[in-house]
Every structure is written in C-alpha cells, then in structure tokens.
Design a protein around this ligand. Structure first.
Ligand code: GAL
Length: 410
C-alpha cells in the first residue's frame, strides 16, 4: 500500500516537473509562414531536450488576429512565456508603458549584446528605463516584387517613381494584366507607407511620426492623392486576398508587381522554391531607392510568466548569431546580430544586407517600428474611410484626429 502511494506520489511529482518544463511561444507565423520558426524551435529542442515547446500560432498576416488574442491574454493575467512582437514602438507603447515586461538589461550585459547589435536598433528597443526586446531579424517593408521574364515579355522595367508607375499602368492593363496586386486591408496600408515614403522622402516621412508634419499638411495630403491613383491600378478582389495570394498573382503572371515586406522573398524562396533573381526580382518601391524602411520581429520577457528560465534560454537563442542564421535565411530577413554569417544567405538577402548597411533607415508604420500601436491599429480605420469616401481630406482629418488622441510622437 505504502509502495503504491509512493509510486503515485512519484508519478505526480514527475508530472509536475514535466508540466513545469514547458515553454509556450506565441506568434502569427502559422502555415506558410512557419518554416523559419519551426527550424529555430528544433534547435531549441536539441539544446534543451527536457523542455516541451508549445508552438502557439494565430493565423493572420502582420499579426492582425494574434495581437487581439495577445491583448486578451495579457490583460487576463495569462501571458504566453514568449510572444512575437515588433521591436520598438509597438511593444514599448503598449506593454512596456503598462509595466507588463521585464527590463532585459541584465541579459544584454550577460550576453554582451550591447556590442553585438547596431546602435540605432538598440536605441529603438530602449527607453530611459531599460531595453525591452531581443530582435530575431530585420525585415524590409519597401520592396517591389516582380518576375523578370514577365516584365521582359511585356516590354517594361521596374518603375523608379510613382509617376513612372502611373505612366506604364495603362499599358500593363492593356495586356489584360493587373499592374499592382494587393490584398486585404493591412496589405493596402503596407502599400500606403511605401507610397508615403516615395512621395514625401525620408525626412518628411519621419516627421509624420514625430508629429512635426501634420497629416493635414498639403504635402501629406498629396500622399492620399497618389495612393488613390495607384489603387486604381490594382485588383478588384483585393479585400479577400491574403498577402501570399497577392504574391501568387505576380508569380503566376496575372499581376506585374506587388509591394510587400521581404517575408515575400521567404515565401517565394522557401515555400515556392523560386530562385532569387530568376524566379523573382526586386527593387526598392518606387521613389525610395537608397532608403531602407525597417521593422524587426522580436521577443520580450513578460512579467509573471510560468517558465521564466526556459524563456530566458529561448531569448538567448533568438538573440544569438547562430539562432538568427538558422531563422533568417528561411524567413526572408537578415540578422541584426553583427556576427551573422552572410554566406548562408541567398542573393536577395545578401543584396538587402548591403542596403541595410548603406541606406538611410526609416521605420515601418504598419509593422510597429514607427508609431505607437494605438495609432497603428487605428490606421486601418483611416484606410477604410479613404476607401469608402475617396477623399484625401477625410482620410487626413481622421489620421490627424487619431494622432492627437493617442499623442503620436510623445
Ligand atoms: C509582419 C512580420 C513578418 C511577417 C509579416 C506577414 O508584421 O513582421 O515577420 O510575419 O508580418 O505576416
């Protein structure tokens, strides 16, 4: 009897120990977007065989659904151990100001990371009170994608400016081809930020986020006018398409161009098996050559999690050159870690790594680098207002009202 009781106790204890040795990693890298994260998790499992990894994904490009689930969990006192978040304002403006994250200064010191990442990135992830995330990658938002052989067949080249794009748009339409493929709401916002950068230039684009250039300024209103003309060169079924489906239109030849972050390169190389430079080509989005609109996926350390030690080990891997060189070649992004081995990366990624070094750098609105999450998420409504009314004035007024309400730039 006693032996039975002891056995039961031992089993219960082991069960408890097993339950303790878990880590839940929460992200929107589901399905097609999964391979890079899965490879990194595989490495983690090799390093920490006793830890059970729960790969919790919520489908939906750019985190449109995942962020809502995360909010419910954070506010309900049930934070995932580790969650994907954009480095910079998205995390700081929401979860750092709400005092839900741990300062990671101790980890940066332990790992020597203050010397291993670009200074500008360290600053973007920090406040006066600490540093709040560990970046796994650098993605570029302002990229124009196409299939070189198709452009040749239609007798066109990648446009250098929006004016040039608008000039070739009718000729492409005459071929029965959509000039520019777009998808659901957030992908149109993604197009908007590239149009804004192309129309305003880097200095004025930056001033939108510091509130030095009001959205109602004539220069900022012009962005909506150009955006409207560009939208007239896009597919009618946009609202129902994911970003992958918009990319598929280009790959399949029913569209000439698409503007998307370079996770599209990851999709085309890793999932579709296309060779960069042959199966797909790229250029800076029109009018933005020499400017790199960045964003970074990162993980932080939420306060009050169940598995803090396992999560710290996850962060150590995420932030290492080794971990980043497993993740990024599959993801279509480059490593922020300065000791990354570029020979492991394909031709697209090598060219974007060179641009990251030499270009002027500005932050992405839609992917959390430029503005507080409160502004970023309400920008979807601004776009809806524009789509419903076609009025630059209405969109500008709405954007300005939100900017004032959330204290953009403060
Ligand atoms: C971005 C994210 C990328 C990619 C993309 C599409 O916000 O930073 O890593 O996942 O969304 O879902």
């Amino acid at each position: 009897m006693l032996r039975r009781l002891l056995t039961l106790l031992a089993v219960a204890f082991l069960g408890l120990a097993a339950a303790q040795s878990q880590i839940e990693i929460f992200s929107w890298w589901a399905g097609d977007e999964g391979p890079a994260l899965e490879a990194l998790i595989e490495r983690y499992e090799e390093m920490y065989p006793g830890v059970e990894v729960i790969n919790a994904t919520v489908t939906g490009g750019s985190g449109v659904n995942a962020r809502a689930v995360l909010k419910t969990r954070m506010l309900g006192g049930d934070p995932p151990d580790a969650f994907q978040v954009h480095a910079g304002q998205e995390l700081i403006g929401t979860w750092v100001v709400a005092d839900r994250m741990e300062d990671l200064t101790f980890l940066y010191e332990e790992m020597g990371w203050f010397e291993k990442y670009p200074q500008g990135l360290i600053e973007a992830m920090s406040t006066e009170d600490g540093i709040w995330s560990v970046p796994v990658n650098i993605h570029r938002s302002n990229v124009l994608w196409y299939v070189p052989a198709n452009l040749e067949g239609w007798g066109i080249t990648a446009p250098d400016s929006w004016a040039e794009f608008l000039t070739i748009c009718p000729a492409i339409q005459a071929e029965g081809v959509t000039p520019l493929a777009v998808g659901e709401n957030w992908t149109q916002q993604h197009l908007w930020e590239s149009v804004a950068l192309g129309v305003l230039g880097a200095d004025d684009y930056d001033k939108l986020w510091t509130a030095e250039l009001p959205f109602t300024d004539p220069k900022a209103m012009e962005v909506w006018d150009v955006f409207g003309e560009v939208l007239a060169c896009t597919n009618d079924d946009a609202a129902g398409l994911s970003w992958q489906q918009a990319t598929d239109m280009v790959v399949g030849g029913s569209a000439a161009f698409n503007i998307m972050g370079d996770w599209a390169a990851g999709y085309m190389s890793t999932t579709l098996g296309l060779e960069p430079g042959v199966g797909y080509g790229w250029a800076a989005s029109p009018g933005t050559d020499g400017v790199f609109m960045w964003l970074s996926d990162a993980f932080g350390l939420p306060q009050g999690i169940q598995n803090r030690e396992n999560t710290l080990n996850w962060l150590r891997l995420v932030g290492s050159a080794e971990g980043q060189d497993i993740f990024n070649p599959l993801k279509g992004s480059i490593a922020p870690h300065l000791e990354s081995d570029l020979s492991l990366y394909n031709a697209y990624l090598q060219s974007t790594a060179a641009d990251w070094q030499s270009n002027r750098v500005v932050g992405s609105l839609v992917h959390g680098a430029a503005a507080k999450e409160a502004f970023m998420s309400d920008f979807a409504t601004v776009l809806e207002i524009y789509l419903a009314t076609g009025s630059a004035m209405n969109a500008a007024n709405a954007a300005q009202a939100i900017a004032t309400q959330v204290g953009l730039g403060q």
